[in-house]
Each structure stands twice: as structure tokens, then as C-alpha cells.
Design a protein around this ligand. Structure first.
Ligand code: ADP
Length: 217
């Protein structure tokens, strides 16, 4: 189903969000104070307009109140990012997502009403560091402080064996929730499921157990 999004700030981060949403078939309004940016990205969104998002009247004039979700992708101008979130929440926008440059900036964004604050540089840095330390981990979702779901490339020592033989539950305290075998997804795989070369396991467990497993060769 097509949804409507407004993205404020068409820098590297904002333009990437806007064009991804647009290419997936959503209606996207792009807003930037800078005329050149608006000109540059006008074909990557449904509409692109010039406006100063710190001004309530300007946001009203571009019809921001018709949008359920607004992404504030202003980075370097911290004052403008905070003011924009404040104005959007005062206008009653249901979901405001904002990018923060630092922990402090993020705290203030939550204080003025942001519903979800993202830290793209910090998060990407963490992901790259994790990947460097555990190259077999293709992706992960942190569920809580100590628990995650990870996509792990199977170590070569495990290929040609069944899940039962591997017994990851007893040896690592991990559960395999799915196997991606060259594009074929097996959800809740049975114990006799054989593990093949290049399989990717989706496993859930404690981070320390996941790390032990992912570092096997
Ligand atoms: P990135 O690191 O993602 O490139 P930037 O901070 O460089 O982020 O870019 C943010 C964008 O936000 C710029 O295109 C800038 O013109 C725009 N911007 C800054 N202040 C405002 C504002 N008050 N209203 C609308 N757009 C703004």
C-alpha cells in the first residue's frame, strides 16, 4: 500500500531515505531550505519544495499536516533540527523521526517530542566494527542489551551435518530460527535439516554465545 512521507533536509542521509521510499512506490515530499538541493533531487521524489522547516507557517503552507510520518534529516545545524522537531510535534504530526549527531543532540530531540531518534554514523560505525570482529556475521538485530538475532555464515566445519548432529542448543545455547540455503528459506528448520556449504543460519541467543559460535572456523 502506498504511504505518504515527508523528508526534511535533502543532504546525503535525507536524500537516501527519500529516494528509497520513492523508488519503493511511496509518495514522498522532499523539503530543503537550499534551492540547489531541491533542484538536484526533484526527480527522486514525488514533490520537492523549498522551505525553512523551523518556520511553522512555511511548513503549514507546504501541507505538512497531511503527513503522518515526517523524517527530519537535518544534521549539522543542530538548532534547526531541534526547532523543526518541536514545530512538527506542535502541529500534531503523529510520527517524527529525527537524525542526531551526538548523544546530547539525541536527548534533546526526544525531549522536544521526537518519536524515534536515529544515529546513523554511530550505528553504522558499530555495525562495521562488529563485522570486522566477526566476519561470519552478515547482519544482526539487537533484541535487548545481551540478546540478539544474527545471520551467520556457517563455518566450513559444520557443512554436511544435520541440525541435530550440530546440536547448537546444547553446545551454544542458541536456537536456529531459519536457514537461508542459496535463496531458499527454511523457517523453523526440522532437526534432520542438513547444513550445506554457503548456508546462512538465522540464530537467536545471548551475545556471548552468538560470538563464540560466529567465530568458529
Ligand atoms: P548530511 O550529513 O546527511 O549530508 P547535512 O546536515 O549536510 O546532512 O544536510 C542537511 C540538509 O538539511 C541540507 O541540504 C540543508 O540545506 C538542509 N537544511 C538545513 N537547515 C534547514 C532548514 N531550516 N529547513 C530545511 N532544510 C534545512
Amino acid at each position: 500500500m502506498q504511504k505518504q512521507y515527508a523528508v526534511i533536509g535533502l543532504g546525503r542521509f535525507g536524500s537516501s531515505i527519500a529516494s528509497t521510499l520513492f523508488e519503493a512506490g511511496n509518495e514522498v515530499l522532499g523539503i530543503d531550505i537550499n534551492e540547489e538541493r531541491v533542484e538536484q533531487f526533484k526527480d527522486c521524489v514525488t514533490h520537492a519544495v523549498i522551505a525553512d522547516s523551523t518556520e511553522e507557517e512555511a511548513l503549514k503552507a507546504v501541507g505538512i499536516r497531511d503527513f503522518d510520518t515526517v523524517i527530519v534529516a537535518i544534521g549539522n545545524d543542530i538548532q534547526a533540527s531541534i526547532l523543526t522537531v518541536l514545530v512538527l510535534k506542535e502541529l500534531g504530526i503523529r510520527q517524527v523521526i529525527a537524525k542526531a549527531l551526538s548523544k546530547r543532540h539525541g536527548q534533546v530531540l526526544y525531549k522536544v517530542g521526537a518519536d524515534w531518534v536515529v544515529f546513523p554514523e554511530r550505528d553504522m560505525g558499530e555495525r562495521i566494527a562488529h563485522h570486522l570482529m566477526s566476519p561470519n556475521v552478515l547482519d544482526f538485530i539487537e533484541l535487548a542489551k545481551d540478546y540478539s538475532i544474527e545471520e551467520v555464515k556457517v563455518p566450513s566445519s559444520m557443512t554436511g551435518k544435520s541440525l541435530k548432529e550440530l546440536d547448537l542448543r546444547a553446545k551454544f545455547n542458541l536456537s536456529v530460527i531459519a536457514i537461508n540455503s542459496r535463496g531458499n528459506i527454511h523457517i523453523s528448520p526440522p532437526p534432520d535439516q542438513m547444513i550445506e556449504e554457503d548456508d546462512v543460519l538465522v540464530v537467536i541467543g545471548r551475545n556471548e554465545d552468538l560470538q563464540r559460535f560466529a567465530n568458529l572456523q
